[in-house]
Every structure is written in C-alpha cells, then in structure tokens.
Write a protein that binds this ligand. Structure first.
Ligand code: NDP
Ligand code: A1CAB
Length: 267
C-alpha cells in the first residue's frame, strides 16, 4: 500500500505538521499539500519540495487526508472533497471543535475519521497531541494517526468527549505561557533590565522549570514551595498573584476556551 499523506490547508499548523513529517524522514514525494493562495503555495513548494495540488486532487491521490483548515472553513472543504473520498482512506482532522460525527456525516459512509488536537511546539518536536477515534476507526487508523503526530512530539489517546477540554489546555496552552513570558519580560524591562537580558532570564527560567517538572516528576506545588523561602521574595510575589486572583483567572480563561471549542462545533 502506498502511504501518501495530504495536508489540506497548510497554514500555521499544517506547515508545522508538514515540516515535522519531513524532519522525521518522510519523503517529499510521499506528501501533498493544498493551499488556496497561490503565493503561499509557491512558498511551500519551494521550501519543502512537495507538490501543491487542488483539494480534489489530494483527495483522489492520498491514502491519508489531514484536514488543517479553520473550523469555519471545514464545511466547504468537506463538501468539495466528499465526491472524491473513498471508504479506504483515513481522514485526520486537526480542527478545533469539529467532531468526528460532523466530518463523517459529510463524507461517504464508512470513512475512518480521527480527531486530533495538536499544538505549536510541534514545530520543535515538543508537540503534545491528543487523538480520538471516530465511529469507523479501528486500531490501525489510530496507529496511523499516532505515527503522523509522533513525528512532532508526544501523542495520547483520549475519549472524544474530552477533546474540548484538551483543546483548552494543550491546544491553546502555549499561548497562555507566552502571555506569562511576555508579562515577565515587561516586568524586567520595567525594573530597568535590558530587554535582551530580561528575555534570556525568562526564557531559560521557563525551559529549566519545564525540565524540572518533567525530569523530577514532582508535583508543581512541591517545586514551588522549594523556591519559596520563608519571609522571602517568592512568598511576596505569590501573595500578589493570589491577591490578583491569577489562579481564578486561569480557570476562567481555560473554561472560556473549552466553551469556545464547543461553540465552534455548534456553528
Ligand atoms: N494554530 C494552532 O496553534 C492550532 C491550530 N489548530 C487547528 O488547526 C487548524 C488551522 O489553524 P491554523 O493553522 O492556526 O490556521 P491558518 O489560518 O494559519 O491555516 C489554515 C490554512 O488553510 C487554508 N485554507 C482555508 N480553506 C482552504 C481550502 N478550502 N483549501 C485549501 N486551503 C484552505 C488557509 O488559507 P487562507 O490563508 O487563504 O485562509 C490557511 O492557509 C484550525 O482548525 C485550528 O483549530 C489546532 C491546534 C493548534
Ligand atoms: O485558537 C484556536 O482556535 C486554535 C485551536 C487551539 C489553538 N489554536
């Protein structure tokens, strides 16, 4: 069996996956991409040496179709490719909020659909992806999706009903952390540190803290307590964070993302 993979919609996430597949050793001739803007298509063709084809052509030629357009563009894309899709193909959807039943209902009966929620650290092979099976998936379809996503980081399986929460945590999560990083750098600049110094201090602190969490397996509360000397600087800072209800703000923000994922499905 040929293993041609087509990435339909090569924007931020589509290109991230495409580049990961190539880094992981997939041959450009086994990949196809689709893009609706000619300028973007040319850029990707030159950068990766992959063929850029129409959506219908991709649906005809590839064994696996990876759908990476915005949720709002999914109905039109599915309507366009449906006549060319066959039950032997596997469809992998990365669109936030879009359910496997929605995709299945717009494609020929029996097509295996896998829903995936990736994130952008996939660009540096530190992605976190969660996958869920549609109605017509068996183990082989899940393994296929896992092998695609494993090219760019970690992959776990979750029941589809957890995908809105997963989207809110790991899908959108990098943005929350970048927000914190921005705020910390600005605080350093505010106190007179050169921007480059502040940036280096914050970025390495984030990388080091993430590594500490991963490598020690300790609970974040334990690690935070180790930084917090009695009567010291960290205790003073954490008190301010609690006074400003930062913990509650994270809860509300992440719930808002989860609710938006649900709304995208309804829209
Ligand atoms: N960015 C992220 O961190 C994550 C994104 N996702 C999901 O990935 C999907 C894409 O998001 P993202 O990459 O950020 O968005 P982008 O807008 O960057 O990418 C979407 C791309 O698809 C193209 N496109 C739209 N319609 C078609 C079509 N009919 N045929 C071919 N190409 C088309 C767009 O072209 P044009 O520029 O002309 O609109 C654009 O290049 C979304 O569904 C999102 O929920 C999931 C997890 C994380
Ligand atoms: O913001 C979004 O809708 C997408 C899904 C998760 C991350 N980015």
């Amino acid at each position: 069996m040929s293993t041609k993979v087509a990435v339909l919609g090569a924007g931020v996430m589509g290109e991230t996956l495409l580049s990961g597949l190539i880094r992981a050793g997939r041959r450009p001739e086994d990949l196809l991409i689709t893009e609706r803007r000619e300028e973007r298509a040319t850029e990707l063709r030159e950068r990766y040496g992959v063929d850029v084809v129409s959506n219908v052509e991709a649906a005809k030629q590839a064994d696996t179709l990876v759908l990476v357009v915005k949720p709002q563009d999914m109905p039109d894309l599915l309507a366009e490719i449906a006549p060319a899709v066959q039950a032997s193909q596997t469809v992998v959807s990365l669109a936030a909020g879009i359910t496997t039943s929605f995709v299945e209902s717009r494609l020929p009966e029996g097509v295996a659909v896998v829903r995936v929620m990736p994130n952008t650290p996939a660009l540096v092979d530190e992605g976190m992806a969660a996958i869920s099976r549609g109605a017509h998936c068996d183990e082989s379809h899940l393994e296929l999706a896992e092998s695609l996503l494993a090219a760019t980081g970690r992959v776990i399986r979750v029941p589809e009903k957890q995908q809105d929460a997963v989207t809110a945590i790991s899908g959108s999560g990098p943005a929350y952390l970048f927000f914190v990083v921005e705020a910390m750098i600005e605080a350093g600049v505010h106190m007179g540190l050169p921007r480059g110094t502040a940036t280096e201090l914050v970025v390495q602190t984030v990388v080091g803290s993430a590594k500490l969490l991963r490598e020690t397996g300790e609970h974040p509360t334990v690690l935070r307590e180790r930084v917090t000397s009695p009567g010291g600087t960290t205790a003073a800072a954490v008190r301010e964070l609690e006074d400003h209800k930062v913990r509650a703000a994270f809860l509300s923000a992440i719930e808002a993302a989860r609710n938006r994922s649900r709304d995208l499905a309804a829209e």
